[in-house]
Design a protein around this ligand. Structure first.
Ligand SMILES: [Fe+2]
Length: 168
């Protein structure tokens, strides 16, 4: 494998773990602000991000490459509202989509078709992730300051469960 691609996949492992901590920070905000359903929802998101990180890590090993585990920046710890957390999530997911596209660009440039095949799963996954956050943001916007509406959304968010995706 070309070192350039290995280096960028190693960076991606860090970004995915950063994502996990970002969503854990949001789960914590929800726990402290009487939104146990969204606390669960963000914790499930955290599990998904750890799954992503581990997929990248395993892929490097599958290709007989050296994985480098590093630390990362502190995620934000203060949010002004659930909507604020969801807005920040969407910005972050757009950034991650850009990263996946960048990795794909390199894989094509280096004619690494195994990496292209591997990254295709993440291309689809990012579409789902952005859509999932957009739906939550839309609904939270819709209820606005309506307490009973938010209470109902929170109850729905409580039902989200992490199911490890089946990789074809
Ligand atoms: Fe991710």
């Amino acid at each position: 494998m070309k070192q350039r691609l290995v280096d960028e996949i190693n960076k991606q492992i860090t970004y995915e773990f950063y994502s996990a901590f970002l969503y854990l920070s949001m789960a914590s905000y929800c726990a402290e602000n009487d939104l146990p359903g969204f606390e669960n929802w963000f914790k499930v998101q955290k599990d998904e991000e750890e799954f992503h990180a581990t997929r990248f890590l395993t892929y490097l090993h599958d290709r007989n490459q050296h994985a480098v585990i590093t630390g990362f920046e502190n995620p934000p710890t203060e949010f002004t509202s659930l909507l604020d957390a969801l807005e920040k999530s969407i910005e972050h997911e757009k950034f991650v989509t850009g990263r996946i596209n960048y990795l794909m660009d390199i894989a094509y440039e280096e004619k690494d078709y195994s990496a292209v095949d591997f990254l295709n799963w993440f291309v689809k996954e990012q579409t789902e992730e952005e859509n999932s956050f957009n739906i939550q943001r839309g609904q939270v916007k819709l209820v606005g300051d309506n307490g009973p509406g938010l209470f109902q959304l929170d109850r729905e968010a409580a039902t989200r469960v992490f199911t490890p995706p089946v990789i074809p």
